[in-house]
Write a protein that binds this ligand. Structure first.
Ligand SMILES: *[C@@H]1O[C@H](CO)[C@@H](O)[C@H](O)[C@H]1NC(C)=O
Ligand SMILES: *[C@@H]1O[C@H](CO)[C@@H](O)[C@H](O)[C@H]1NC(C)=O
Length: 618
């Protein structure tokens, strides 16, 4: 994970330096920082490249990388497959070499489309006098843009600056890659900006793959590239088949809420273990393997990172004890060397006094993800309940017991991250409100804050004798479960959609959600997690995993005629059983903002999609 920044000036005047923005970039890439300026005759006078590197593998590659031909690369990404990278090589150097070998636009876009893994990049191609940039197919790395008409400059950056600073930032849409012809004139008119050529991913996206105008910086224009070139997507299109016969019968199934726990067991057990279960485990396991083995190493390095030892894990999992994170932990256990611990990061926000005293009151809120089932485990009756015993803490502990049963020899560091209201306010004011930009809703605030604390990984672990010691996770790689619900119909809105419009409606909903995951979640999550000098990795969004899930008809992935806790993500639950997991396989979805109880700390009347005032006036 790196912080990359590029300022393209149309005016010879110096642009003001944004202190906050550069501080934010430095936190993403604490291991090396460097600037490089390329000057030009013609309408674009100057291009400043700035890179902050977080060292992950191979020898530390300083950026910007400039080759003998004068090309410049900023790379915030990981090559997990598609292009060979030897274990002792740095992938930045490999990508730079690949791009240097390209001349025509068609060559360059096909070289990029071959990379499997998350990326955002900026590339100055000197011979052709142009600037390329963009994000991978899913948008797993953040890239923002803005055109400042007064300073006459286009900025591209991993993260924004001061939340109160000038001008609106936008996420660069993950619709394709972009090229700016530095010889061409600027857009006509006062304050005229930049013409952006788009090379879209070849999908059936609305608008022919061009970003919609409200996502393009003011004064700039995005147009299809003159050659009509497109990038081959890394995954096959979503299987949109719907069953013909069963539709009627399915809809008449009994309502979900009346089925008891034993019946959930029975419903899951009655499902025959098909080849699909094994195949899903195989692709997911490989996806996790790639993400836990491409780690910092100390071969021939100037400043070797400390090698993992008995105490310090290299890999952490954002861990609620729910099925998505349990599967990631169980698969990480297969691939992380046996002597290394694995950190399980579990975040809880302090329950307020009055709310704790009426635990029996049922949640009436039927909004997405709100859990109405009791957690699988409750605190032992003898203990006084802690104000941090929120639902995710309880399921987290239950999950820990399952993982211990699965592999008693592994050291599992269950990190209890407890957050008070004061800490929350301070973190929001100092960090989170800058990082979530340009997103700004109540939901972005809740998830942003919860994820920021979880990813920091500072809390306590309980050792064998029951004594708690302070603990800070040093793992640079964080596995998160994002993408499972979007692909396997895990949200309660999927159930609603299925009830009203059947399989057809469900398929449409799933297609729409995967299409917008970059702008809704991934850029934000990347900015939040990277703020700790750590890297988020998303096994459920591995190209092979998505490709496999896309190939299956929807009724193989979920059966929403079955009750909550079984029907949604059914295939994943079967996989959990096959991996030897217990009751976590039957937990219904609980969104992070409810499970961690951060949503309870704030005004209960606001809607998740409202603009969040706390982010503005912290
Ligand atoms: C890593 O990157 C640096 C800087 O680009 C380069 O000099 C070095 O040769 C690269 N090492 C390998 C093994 O690719
Ligand atoms: C954090 O919360 C847990 C309860 O979930 C409690 O056992 C632990 O002592 C708390 N730790 C601190 C440092 O407050």
């Amino acid at each position: 994970m790196c912080g990359i920044f590029c300022l393209l000036s149309l005016s010879p005047a110096e642009s003001p330096h944004d202190q906050r923005l550069h501080q934010n970039l430095r936190r993403r890439g604490p291991d090396s920082a460097q600037d490089l300026t390329v000057s030009h005759a013609g309408p674009f006078s100057r291009c400043l490249f700035s890179a902050h590197v977080l060292h992950m593998r191979g020898p530390l590659t300083r950026q910007p990388v400039r080759d003998a031909g004068g090309n410049v690369l900023l790379w915030n990404g990981e090559v997990f497959a598609g292009v060979p990278v030897a274990p002792d090589e740095n992938d930045t150097a490999v990508v730079a070499r690949r791009l240097s070998a390209c001349d025509a636009p068609a060559e360059l876009v096909s070289a990029l489309a071959r990379v499997r893994g998350p990326w955002a990049f900026v590339y100055y191609q000197r011979a052709r006098r142009c600037l390329w940039f963009g994000r991978d197919f899913f948008g797993r790395r953040s890239l923002l843009w803005r055109f400042d008409a007064e300073a006459e400059a286009l900025t591209l950056t991993s993260v924004a600056g001061d939340a109160c600073g000038a001008g609106p930032w936008l996420e660069v849409p993950a619709a394709g890659v972009y090229r700016i012809d530095l010889e061409a004139g600027r857009v006509a008119g006062t304050g005229g900006g930049v013409t952006l050529e788009v090379y879209p991913w070849a999908t059936a996206a609305a608008g022919g793959g061009l970003p919609s105008p409200e996502n393009v910086p003011s004064n700039c224009v995005a147009t299809m590239n003159p050659w009509g070139l497109v990038l081959a997507p890394p995954v096959s299109p979503l299987n949109t088949a719907v069953p013909e016969e069963v539709e009627d019968g399915v809809l008449r199934s009994p309502p979900a809420s009346r089925v008891a726990a034993e019946d959930l067991e029975a419903a899951l057990a009655s499902r025959e273990r098909t080849g699909e279960v094994d195949r899903l485990i195989a692709v997911l396991s490989e996806a996790v393997q790639r993400r836990v083995l491409s780690l910092p190493s100390d071969v021939g390095d100037e400043s070797p990172p400390p090698p993992p030892n008995e105490d310090h894990a290299s890999v952490a999992v954002l861990f609620s004890g729910g099925i998505d994170s349990m599967i990631l932990a169980a698969l990480a256990d297969r691939h992380v060397p046996a002597h290394q611990p694995i950190d399980l990061l579990n975040v809880a926000f302090k329950l307020q006094e009055k709310r704790r005293q009426q635990p029996a009151k049922k949640a009436k809120n039927k909004k997405d993800g709100e859990d109405q089932n009791k957690p699988a485990a409750t605190a032992a009756a003898s203990e006084t309940p802690s104000p941090f015993d929120v639902p995710d803490r309880l399921t987290g502990r239950a999950g820990l017991r399952e993982l211990r049963a699965l592999n008693p020899a592994r050291r599992w560091n269950f990190v209890e991250v407890n957050v008070t209201e004061e800490e929350l306010r301070e973190a929001r004011r100092e960090r989170v409100r800058h990082l979530v930009q340009p997103l700004d809703t109540v939901l972005d605030d809740s998830i942003g804050c919860a994820m920021w604390f979880a990813a920091r990984g500072e809390g306590v672990v309980t050792r064998a004798a029951g004594d708690q010691t302070p603990f800070a996770s040093l793992a640079k790689v964080l596995l998160t479960g994002i993408g499972a619900d979007e692909q396997l119909a895990g949200y309660s809105r999927h159930r609603v959609r299925f009830k009203t419009s059947g399989h057809q409606g469900l398929v449409q909903e799933l297609a729409m959600e995967l299409g917008r995951i970059s702008s809704r979640n991934l850029g934000r999550d990347d900015r939040i997690i990277a703020d700790h000098g750590k890297e988020a990795r998303f096994p459920y969004l591995d190209e092979d995993v998505v490709d496999y899930l896309n190939s299956l008809p929807v009724w193989r992935k979920a059966d929403l005629s079955l009750p909550r806790g079984v029907g949604e993500k059914l295939l994943l639950r079967q996989a959990a059983r096959a991996l030897g997991l217990g009751s976590s396989a039957l937990l219904p979805k609980r969104a992070m903002q409810f499970g961690s109880r951060i949503a309870k700390m704030e005004n209960g009347r606001e809607r998740a999609s409202d603009r969040c005032n706390r982010l503005l006036s912290a």
